[in-house]
Design a protein around this ligand. Sequence first.
Ligand code: XUL
Ligand code: CO
Length: 447
Amino acid sequence: MTDYFVGKKEYFPGIGKIKYEGEESDNPLAFKYYDPERIVGKKKMKDHLRFAVAYWHSFCADGADPFGAATHPHPWIVDAHSPMEAADHKIEAAFEFFTKLGVEWYAFHDRDMAPEGDTPLESEKNLQVLVAKAKVLQKETGVKLLWGTANLFNHPRFMNGAATNPEFAVVALAARQVKAAIDATIELDGQGYTFWGGREGYMSLLNTDLKREKEHLARFLSTARDYARKQGFKGAFYIEPKPMEPTKHQYDYDVETVAGFLRAYHLDNDFKVNIEANHAELAGHDFAHELETAASLGIFGSVDANRGEPRNGWDTDQFPNSYYETALAMYAILKAGGFTTGGLNFDAKIRRNSVDLSDLFEAHIGGMDAFAVGLEIAQRIIDDDSIGSFVRKRYASFDTGDGARFEKGELDLTALAALGSEYGKIGITSGKQEYLENVINQYLFGL
Ligand code: XUL
Ligand code: CO
């Protein structure tokens, strides 16, 4: 009896179920901090963190980069005689990996799971075959779908954009693909559906009608929302902000930009954001900045957990490993009330030269341990109210009296100005930044 799934062939032989062994363990294939059943605050660790594996990076990306050929000859592809057979092997390898790692969620693009056919109909049929198999595997293993999406950026037809393509025929083809991906997501009981606008932007303003493209994007999203709701989809729609790459400028630049767009087109009741750490960095923001901004605007949804390489400014999609960053991220996430439909999806890939079978496991184990540590620290900061009480006190002058009247909009500028008669020592109160930074470090290393 094993407590993991193995299909027709075992793709990760010699690796069994990954277990929590604690920080004394030196077993590279064990969790040191992620203890799924452990209660933190009021929930189990696994229910706080809701880890998901990204199908595209873990089972499709082959280590190729613009300078070199593939270095990860995936056995589930090598031993297949047709693209559909490869897809069948791949899904078995994926569920073997999910269950050995012990994650409850995954996320996928349509084209990750099923190959594109010669016609739209053939592509849809391919997807339906794999979705039927995914449904059986989900039932058998208990692994669930965090979100589905459509790949609207890989095929040359999308080189000028999908929903924002200057040619209507491409917009309609993109819609057909999204419709099928929404159907697949509903069939698999997905908790969310993501739009990452990889090519929804421009390469040159000289050939671009910005106003029209943004209106087309909004129209496209509304029609997708209306269709999904009509089909009974109750989950969340996510926009995944990213400022650039592959386009020079992407319309979903960052959380604040997306929030303005959603409000302008009355999409903010259905759409939230899926925040990716590396995308935040590309936009010139801290990961925590994007999380807190989303929470403050009421659109926090889900997270693509990864990291960039701060010195080169690319979307390197590395596995998260900074406890400092995960602690600040989890603090923002817990303050926002935690995840509802969302989770922590490892939109991260092992490096081109990470060619051992165990590397994919070690990468995820490290990422999961990093977020487990981040969660523990964030929960302690919240329980002690050490930072929260400081921030509340900082704004206490708005809690009562004239400050409260200002917040309620009861003071016009004349009344407000009349209250501004004193200079004295007003405004000379320390922001205590260094002290607060020390507090965080004490939680991280001092306990
Ligand atoms: C690309 C990216 C995508 C989305 C899903 O930068 O993050 O993989 O997460 O399309
Ligand atoms: Co992503």
